[in-house]
Design a protein. Structure first.
Length: 105
């Protein structure tokens, strides 16, 4: 299963391009642009599992920093600030990682 089986390559390209500048990343807009908001919970889970590279069941900070690369290989890494903002948004229980259940991804 690859990201483009779940999401449109065109939408991903557009979304990644929109947030190409450092510190411009807006996860809500990004997830909307790639079409994640329209996906079923099951499909969102599949996307999550692609982003969970070490299959730990969680997205840890290092995986979060390269989250855009999970969508398309040529994308940039998030800055430390962006990574921390995204972690704070998705980490509901404050354990420093994002789980698939109840996460904002
Ligand atoms: Ca992981």
């Amino acid at each position: 299963m690859s990201m483009t089986d779940l999401l449109s390559a065109e939408d991903i390209k557009k979304a990644v391009g929109t947030f190409a500048a450092a510190d411009s990343f807006d996860h809500k807009k990004f997830f909307q642009m790639v079409g994640l908001k329209k996906k079923t919970p099951d499909e969102v889970k599949k996307v999550f599992h692609i982003l969970d590279k070490d299959k730990s069941g969680f997205i840890e900070e290092d995986e979060l920093g390269s989250i855009l690369k999970g969508f398309t290989a040529g994308a940039r890494d998030l800055s430390t600030k962006e990574t921390k903002t995204l972690m704070a948004a998705g980490d509901k229980d404050g354990d420093g990682k994002i789980g698939v259940e109840g996460g904002s991804l």
